[in-house]
Write a protein that binds this ligand. Structure first.
Ligand SMILES: NC(=O)c1ccc[n+]([C@@H]2O[C@H](COP(=O)([O-])OP(=O)(O)OC[C@H]3O[C@@H](n4cnc5c(N)ncnc54)[C@H](OP(=O)(O)O)[C@@H]3O)[C@@H](O)[C@H]2O)c1
Length: 306
């Protein structure tokens, strides 16, 4: 019905495809073209579209909501996604991630990132031990100090785990622009951090000034949270048709424009939008395929959401 070329170039809308083919069959084609970027510390390639779990994965692991989340995970993997970002402070999200991973036969196939948000060495070790259990894994790919809580102590805990081979990468996170300078100060002081996670979007562009350039210059992988401003970004374009120029960068939805705006920054390693809605998952993955905006096109996107 549609040519492979049309699908990869994004000239067919997600809605049109969904009406004619299962989302998963369309995504296996998209997966071939999903952009990947390297983690500077190792050269390992990561798909640019990841999956957040804050609120969306905080459900009863035995409840009905697991059905849609399993579909989200299957689509994510089918479309070439690997990185899932969770945290012990996201209610049931770690446990749900572990359970979905089991149900989707995904053990060993994902890049699992979680966080530590504790004060003191013993509390940090206890919390991390619970994360390993909830995520049903003896090793984790990335553990991040959440919102810079007790950073120096928790980084020591993480370094020990890295030395033991139980965690492959370590990092720090925050979600407020007012904390970007503090993130930068930690990166300058602690030279062995592999990842930093922070907020960046059309509505929150502070990271362009110092944080993203520093990471590019110093070989630190970046994960971008709150790409949709927790979903609020869509309110600004509600009921507006997608502009025709979206096709110039292979975007077929407003969500893809928002994600492509972020991915156009070369210092971004991956973006981690959250969703509990299968068709949104398919939509978001397509942002990692095809052309990205140049400087002028990025400003056009920013103005459309302004
Ligand atoms: N301090 C930290 O370390 C920190 C702080 C904030 C976030 N994070 C991480 O970053 C992740 C992302 O941030 P976030 O969850 O705050 O917000 P977000 O990803 O900016 O927005 C999530 C919201 O967008 C909606 N959405 C997703 N895809 C969509 C699409 N294609 N079309 C329309 N709506 C769509 C979702 O709706 P539905 O739920 O209805 O699908 C959800 O309500 C978090 O989940 C978490 O993993 C970390």
């Amino acid at each position: 019905m549609f040519t492979r070329r049309q699908m990869l170039q994004g000239s067919v809308s997600v809605a049109a495809l969904a009406a004619t083919a299962p989302l998963s069959s369309m995504l296996s084609l998209a997966a071939e073209g999903l952009h990947r970027r390297s983690i500077p510390a190792s050269g390992e390639l990561l798909p640019v579209i990841g999956l957040g779990t804050s609120r969306t994965f905080d459900v009863d692991p035995r409840g009905a909501a697991m059905g849609d989340l399993l579909e989200v995970l299957r689509l994510f993997m089918h479309g070439g996604g690997r990185l899932i970002d969770t945290a012990p402070s996201y209610g049931n999200a770690e446990r749900v991630t572990g359970e979905l991973q089991r149900r989707a036969h995904a053990v060993g196939k994902l890049f699992l990132a979680t966080k530590v948000s504790a004060t003191g060495q013993a509390a940090g070790e206890r919390q991390i031990a619970a994360s390993f259990q909830a995520l049903r894994s003896k090793t984790l790919d990335l553990i991040q100090v959440h919102n810079l809580q007790d950073t120096a102590t928790q980084l020591q805990v993480l370094r020990t785990l890295k030395d033991q081979g139980r965690v492959r990468y370590i990092g720090i996170t925050h979600y407020l622009e007012s904390a970007h300078d503090e993130l930068l100060a930690v990166l300058r002081k602690e030279k062995d951090l592999d990842f930093v996670q922070f907020n960046y979007s059309v509505g929150e562009r502070n990271a362009e000034r110092r944080l993203l350039p520093y990471c590019a210059d110093n070989g630190i992988a970046t994960l971008i949270n709150r790409p949709f401003l927790r979903g609020q970004a869509f309110a600004r374009v509600r009921n507006q048709p997608l502009p025709e120029w979206a096709a110039e960068i292979d975007a077929t939805s407003w969500a893809q424009l928002l994600l492509k705006f972020i991915l156009a920054e070369p210092a971004v390693t991956a973006v981690i939008p959250a969703t509990s809605t299968p068709r949104y998952m398919a939509d978001n993955l397509r942002a990692g395929v095809g052309r990205l905006p140049d400087t002028q096109q990025r400003e056009r996107i920013a103005r459309a959401f302004g």
